[in-house]
Design a protein around this ligand. Structure first.
Ligand code: HEC
Length: 312
């Protein structure tokens, strides 16, 4: 009897401990300070709220319910109503971090939603927080972020520089975009080779890009350079390609050439083919021999039976 009591006590203690650790954990979702300071790359607008509303119904409503109604799913820890004080207290950066990385039941949306989508969602959630004032967007441009930008790409053979110009067009007026991020790639058979971190446009909306040394080109050193706006800058994803003669001349092996990885002819040396064939032949002969022996035993057996039954 005493034992039973101490056993129930132990179970009680363990479950209490478990509960305490769970609730401690649930309260401590700490976002790294530099991530918490992050701000949206565009000014929240009616459009971003509308886009966010659509995304919310598809991706979040099942758990978080309809904002202001408190009809979120009964999970532990609770998802909470996005219109709640708890959500309001988060910085934009914290919200972005939590949506991006998830935790436990809260899914990770890093691979599911683009960065712009995640900011649209935050813009929608903020529309329920009275008195919310959006902090300065991360990239201030001369034209105002959120517009689709266009891009030109030029190669100057004298200075060996690639020049990118990023601008928006409004009423036939071109305005340069400052601080737009551009990613560089070299075209390859399968996918593109990234040339490293994004580069930002200067005050005039221009990037002077010194093409890196030692990148393989075709047999004459030509290669296709691709410049693409980083979508998370909030200016769309305009893309331009240009042929530049700055690669290292390289003879690429044709995919159908005998040396290519998936060509099986010409690869095996004669001695290997011969010894392989002989081994296979040997094994087959051994099998035939064994089968013949079994047949012999069978006939011998029936001959003995015949002899027995002949005797009276
Ligand atoms: C499968 C259920 C589920 C879905 C779907 C879901 N969430 Fe969550 N969410 C949760 C849970 C549970 C928590 C609490 C997690 C914790 O505290 O460990 C949470 C927490 C959060 C938080 C942090 C709240 C805080 O107080 O720190 C934010 C922000 C959030 N969710 C936003 C979203 C958004 C935006 C979407 C849609 C893109 C979404 N969630 C989709 C379950 C979900």
């Amino acid at each position: 009897m005493k034992r039973l009591i101490s056993l129930t006590r132990l179970i009680l203690l363990i479950s209490l401990f478990h509960h305490i650790t769970i609730s401690l954990f649930a309260e401590d979702w700490i976002v790294p300070p530099d991530k918490a300071e992050k701000t949206a790359p565009f000014v929240f607008s009616k459009e971003s709220v509308e886009k966010g509303a659509e995304l919310f119904v598809k991706n979040c409503q099942s758990c978080h319910g309809d904002p202001t109604r408190g009809n979120f799913a009964k999970l532990d820890p609770t998802p909470e109503d996005p219109a709640s004080e708890k959500f309001k207290e988060l910085t934009d950066g914290e919200m972005f971090y939590k949506i991006t990385n998830g935790r436990g039941t809260m899914p990770q949306f890093k691979m599911i939603l683009s960065e712009d989508d995640r900011w649209d969602l935050i813009s929608y959630i903020r529309s329920f927080h009275s008195g919310y004032i959006q902090p300065e967007p991360e990239l201030t441009s001369m034209t105002g972020a959120g517009e689709r930008a266009s891009m030109t790409i030029l190669f100057d053979s004298l200075s060996k520089m690639v020049t990118i110009s990023v601008y928006t067009v409004k009423n036939d007026m071109k305005s340069p975009v400052k601080g737009a991020e551009v990613l560089f790639f070299v075209k390859r058979y399968f996918g593109n080779l990234s040339l490293g971190d994004a580069v930002r446009t200067n005050e005039e909306g221009i990037i002077s890009y010194p093409f890196p040394d030692g990148i393989a080109g075709d047999s004459t050193g030509q290669l296709t350079l691709i410049a693409q706006l980083n979508e998370s800058s909030g200016y769309g994803n305009a893309k331009k390609a240009i042929l530049v003669p700055l690669g290292v001349p390289t003879e690429w092996i044709s995919l159908t050439a005998p040396r290519a990885m998936w060509n099986i002819n010409f690869k095996a040396p004669v001695w290997l083919i011969l010894s392989y064939s002989l081994t296979v032949l040997g094994v087959l002969l051994a099998l035939v021999y064994i089968m013949l022996q079994i047949r012999k035993i069978f006939y011998l057996g029936s001959a003995v039976d015949d002899a027995k039954s002949d005797k009276p």
